[in-house]
Design a binder for this molecule. Structure first.
Ligand SMILES: Cc1cc2nc3c(=O)[nH]c(=O)nc-3n(C[C@H](O)[C@H](O)[C@H](O)COP(=O)(O)OP(=O)(O)OC[C@H]3O[C@@H](n4cnc5c(N)ncnc54)[C@H](O)[C@@H]3O)c2cc1C
Length: 356
């Protein structure tokens, strides 16, 4: 296992800001992961696990400890394993590119993740914030997650109920009862998909796309449609497109209680506006963060220093070229303050802040 020193992190992230890792290692196998964890433990170095770097804001001062990049590959062939009826189990290495796996599943006519096409990052990153888009989330198809439990120093298989999936959250990004975060390093994820299953067409954007198509679109058509829609919103990584130099959506859609929602809706009504919302769990309402941003005086393309709001998507904060992490954070705080003043709601950031 090679441990490198002072490795710049910005090029390993989609937002492309931030400083270097004091120590850096890349692991292709479980034993390399264990070896690197031991290196960090014996030197008492803080450990950060890196996937595809698509949901991160790295501090300008970088990471003072060890960054471990997970590069475990492998997608098991469903024709060999786990096929019962039309339900198919895919076991995928945490370092596999998520979109490559989606492409493979769709090519094998397996349904369940087609709407998650075009999301950047690694397979191991998907359970962390329960990645979701266009009416699907990975919690719908994850059967179990294989991980290294750093606390107990052993490999574990966590069945889906043990992963505690919620909206943009799981046990992998929440602090546990003992106050610990980052107890598990994800090594492999097992997804159960449906061979020959119909594509999911829950979202209005997708229904509109296929409005003139008389028959049910194929999984491949839905994958292509999702990628096209994402491209138009700067949510697909396209080389040279400044609008996708981001960490995706920067703010989560606020999930409000009945009472909070009624307050907000009343405020909107007093301004002659109706706030877009969707029902959430347990009598809660999920409110559109994009709407709140745009109705607080921040239009798409709004620029502050070297950071800006994407011209294609109100929730994506972008690096206009040579931004520092501090530029992005300044823009983030300006938007949060503006939304709080206009609507009394605090927008919670979605990306993970590293080294702040
Ligand atoms: C253009 C763009 C569009 C996006 N669209 C969406 C979207 O539609 N829906 C959505 O949900 N997200 C979206 N995202 C966010 C991001 O792509 C996802 O959150 C993705 O799953 C992050 O995976 P990653 O491998 O890049 O993780 P990283 O960014 O490297 O890490 C994110 C977090 O996961 C942890 N982590 C990563 N790998 C492991 C592992 N193997 N074990 C333990 N912890 C790990 C890291 O420590 C960190 O806390 C988008 C991002 C971009 C840039």
């Amino acid at each position: 296992m090679t441990i490198q020193e002072n490795v710049p992190l910005a090029p390993l992230t989609t937002l492309q800001v931030g400083g270097a890792a004091r120590y850096f290692a890349q692991a292709k196998r479980e034993d390399e992961v264990r070896e690197t964890v031991d290196f960090a433990k014996t030197r008492q170095l803080p450990l950060f696990v890196l996937g595809g770097g698509s949901n991160l804001v790295v501090a300008d001062s970088g990471w003072p400890g060890l960054v471990l990049r997970i590069a475990i590959g492998g997608i098991t062939s469903p024709s060999l394993q786990g096929t019962s009826g039309n339900s198919v189990l895919f076991s995928v290495g945490a370092g596999v590119s998520w979109d490559e796996f989606v492409a493979q599943a769709v090519a094998q006519n397996c349904a369940g993740i087609e709407c998650l096409s075009g999301i950047p990052g690694s397979v191991g990153g998907t359970p962390v914030q329960n990645v979701g888009a266009y009416g699907q989330e990975v919690a719908d198809t994850i059967e179990s997650v294989c991980a290294l439990d750093i606390k107990e120093n052993r490999a574990v298989v966590l069945p889906k109920p043990a992963c505690g999936f919620r909206y943009r959250s799981s046990i992998f990004n929440r602090i546990d009862d003992t106050g610990q975060l980052g107890r598990y390093i994800i090594l492999q994820v097992n997804y159960r998909l449906k061979r020959g299953g119909a594509p999911s067409l829950k979202y209005a954007d997708l229904q509109k796309h296929f409005a003139d198509v008389k028959t049910t679109p194929s999984l491949a058509m839905v994958r292509e449609a999702v990628r096209q829609i994402r491209r138009s919103k700067g949510m697909l990584l396209v080389p040279g497109d400044e609008d996708c130099r981001s960490a995706g959506s920067f703010f989560k859609n606020p999930v409000l209680s009945e009472e909070q929602f009624h307050d907000l809706a009343a405020r909107a009504q007093s301004k002659g506006l109706e706030i877009p919302s969707y029902p959430a769990l347990e009598a809660q309402h999920k409110v559109s963060a994009a709407w709140l941003v745009e109705h607080s005086g921040f239009a798409k393309g709004f620029r502050l220093g070297r950071a800006a709001i994407s011209k294609k998507h109100a929730l994506a904060l972008i690096n206009t070229g040579d931004a520092k992490a501090s530029d992005v954070v300044q823009l983030q705080e300006t938007i949060q303050n503006g939304v709080r003043q206009s609507w009394g709601t605090l927008l919670e950031p979605e990306p993970v802040f590293v080294g702040f």
